[in-house]
Design a protein around this ligand. Sequence first.
Ligand code: CA2
Length: 137
Amino acid sequence: MKILILNGPNLNLLGRREPTIYGNLTFDEFFESLKKKYADITLDYFQSNIEGELIDKLHEVGFNYHGIILNAGAYTHTSVAIGDAVKGIETPVVEVHISNVHAREDFRHISYIAPNAKGVIAGFGLQSYELALESFL
Ligand code: CA2
């Protein structure tokens, strides 16, 4: 089973700022522990701050991986292009968020990804990624 975790803009700052919203673990630390726990799965990770790079990665893996766990960060709320890419690929995508976007500003209640996602998980901290992973098993 091949699963990709795909993170969007600013998520490379995890663990460095805003710990009350996003926690104090870096994503690399979390990813290492996830890989150890799910050692029988091929778990890949890619992060980019660039919209087109996220779309390229969706196209690259979206016909040969079993699942994609996508936290598109703020692009979730703005990017028709990422929404179209999710619609255009075969691999199911689970949209995840660390914070509960529905308990935050109104603009975070909009998602261009959700209509074409297999499901959405938000508000469980980094555990949101693990819950998404479990949904593919
Ligand atoms: O809760 C989430 O996972 C979000 O996707 C995170 C995005 C935000 O724009 C979405 O509305 C919800 C922001 C990621 C920024 O992450 C930072 C982490 C540490 C310090 C600064 C930003």
